[in-house]
Design a protein around this ligand. Structure first.
Ligand SMILES: Cc1cc2nc3c(=O)[nH]c(=O)nc-3n(C[C@H](O)[C@H](O)[C@H](O)COP(=O)(O)O)c2cc1C
Length: 198
């Protein structure tokens, strides 16, 4: 079975810590024979949700921008990997805009009772979050973990795995973390075998 995998790079910082973590994860996937579609949110032009209610009856967003491309991938992905840093204890604006624009999926799932998995080759969807933050605080990732849970839920995906690393601030600092990149690579290898999920 060919598995459809989408990797979203959610940081505005090119070659920063979440970019590097994602690349470790994907190298694990590649070594297990899987390839992902890689999308850099910073190259996309996305309006924030305007709460216009345009999706409330149809489950389709009425705004027209690069989100149209992402909607298609979200519908058909078996695995969606999001790598994004913590900003003010939540997701940064680019990633949050993408998530808010998925209100139309929430409508499909909870109001229109649509089958969210009908376009996925494996018949089910799996969400994975990779995140880093500069602070070492124990509650640092609570915000992004909660948002990710309800983001993946709206897409009809289970939230299967996450890796989070605190005290990782300057660009490239993740490479000096004792375990992060190896853990991301290992998770990539594991996820490459869909049978291993969760
Ligand atoms: C606007 C802004 C807000 C931030 N807020 C937080 C925060 O609340 N908690 C935290 O641990 N780190 C915070 N950081 C630090 C980033 O999470 C950290 O630098 C991270 O390594 C960036 O990942 P990246 O290189 O993938 O962009 C913030 C950084 C910026 C630019």
């Amino acid at each position: 079975m060919s598995v459809n995998i989408t990797a979203i790079y959610g940081s505005p910082r090119k070659d920063g810590n979440t970019d590097l973590l994602m690349r470790s994860f994907l190298s694990g996937m590649h070594s297990a024979g899987c390839k992902a579609r890689e999308l850099y949110l910073r190259n996309f032009s996305l309006y924030p949700c305007t709460a216009c209610g345009g999706c409330a009856e149809t489950g389709c967003c009425v705004l027209q921008d690069d989100m149209d491309v992402l909607y298609g991938y979200f519908e058909e992905s078996d695995v969606l990997v999001l790598a994004a840093p913590v900003y003010f204890y939540g997701f940064g604006a680019m990633t949050k805009a993408m998530i808010d624009r998925c209100q139309c999926f929430w409508v499909r799932k909870y109001r229109l009772k649509q089958d969210m998995n009908k376009n996925r080759p494996s018949g089910c969807g799996h969400g994975i979050l990779l995140s880093v933050g500069g602070s070492g605080g124990s509650r640092n990732f609570e915000g992004v973990l909660l948002s990710a849970r309800y983001f993946f839920d709206a897409l009809g995906m289970s939230f299967d795995h996450h890796l989070t690393y605190g005290s990782v601030d300057e660009s490239g600092a993740i490479l000096r973390h004792p375990t992060a990149c190896a853990e991301a690579e290992s998770l990539g290898r594991k996820v490459a075998d869909l049978k291993a999920i969760p």
